[in-house]
Design a protein around this ligand. Sequence first.
Ligand SMILES: NC(=O)c1ccc[n+]([C@@H]2O[C@H](COP(=O)([O-])OP(=O)(O)OC[C@H]3O[C@@H](n4cnc5c(N)ncnc54)[C@H](OP(=O)(O)O)[C@@H]3O)[C@@H](O)[C@H]2O)c1
Length: 361
Amino acid sequence: MSSQSSHHGSTAPGINVGVVGATGVVGETFLLLLASRAFPVGELRLFASDASKGLKKKFEGREIEIRVLEEGCFDGLDIVFFSSGDDISAEWAPKAAKAGAIAIDNSGAFRMHHDISLAVPEVNGHLLPKLKRGERPGSAAQIIANPNCSTIQLVVALKPLADRYGLEFVRVSSYQSVSGAGKNGIEELLTQTKIAVEGEEPAKGRTFPKVIAFDSIPQIGSFTTDGSANDGFCSEEIKIMKETRKILALPDLKVSAFTVRVPTLNSHAETVWVTLKKPVNNRDEVESTLSSGEGIEVFKFAEGMDYPTQSFASGQDPVYVGRVHKDPNDANTWMMWVVSDNLRKGAALNGIQIAEKLYGL
Ligand SMILES: NC(=O)c1ccc[n+]([C@@H]2O[C@H](COP(=O)([O-])OP(=O)(O)OC[C@H]3O[C@@H](n4cnc5c(N)ncnc54)[C@H](OP(=O)(O)O)[C@@H]3O)[C@@H](O)[C@H]2O)c1
């Protein structure tokens, strides 16, 4: 902990924070939210690649120079948020933990490790350890994984249904924005769109497997082709299926995911077919159950048949649910549309909420 008092007037010591990947779209969202949520930041250390070394970022009137990762760079930090990809997290998150900090990792490197928490505070936040302000995490230091962005919004929406009715089967198809692939994904959509609008044929870029401008791509990540039950699934789909079971603590839940990249800038949408353990006939009851969940806002059918869109959800914190209706083919199955900002609830907001929960903020 830093001895300085926190910026919002509290006399409790500030929490010393590191952000790895501070120049990326998730890293920038971390900085935005740390400030807007008045997280009591003591010292703030920002890390990125060699290419960004020495650049400066503003945070609440402070000007902070971007550093690169090097031995000892986490000494004295309490929490380090990682958003620089799997390889960087795999190498550096254990070093942050060893230096006595809690590493909150946005990558896929640790999510399915059996001894690492995969945390969504609204769903399984009770499993997180409790830390005292003014006391360094020290020996309690560890790695906590932030789930995949599409998984987070799905489990937030499923949680109240699981608690009230039990879940039998979840089928989900996603419509995922280009910001889910980082700053290069956004750049690729904008560049290709401009070329197409000018009447030229855009070439395939480096981020997506096909041209994304004015098209949808039914592949996120690489395909499994090992002849197993996962053969033909792409990695994003497998993440959703495995992580959902782990976070909800329902190892036998049937989850089937199909993920699609669409040419929207930000926020992911999902169509979800959720089969409950018992029949429920009343839409109001299902919508009210969803509304009772933490972090969810429901567009109710009776209130004008409106629904959330991806641009509506962008820059917002909640997981929005709309279009709740019953599958006429099965008494226990309800269909719904789930939308949330992948950079906020799908990444940085969830990470900060984990930190807030740790410190009881
Ligand atoms: N985008 C999402 O919706 C989302 C959601 C959940 C989780 N995530 C995860 O969050 C991570 C970052 O995603 P992003 O979307 O923010 O990507 P991004 O916009 O491409 O940003 C990547 C960040 O990593 C930094 N970086 C690259 N090489 C580095 C190195 N050797 N050492 C330190 N930093 C390095 C980059 O720094 P430079 O600017 O210097 O290159 C940049 O700050 C990934 O693990 C991703 O899977 C993303």
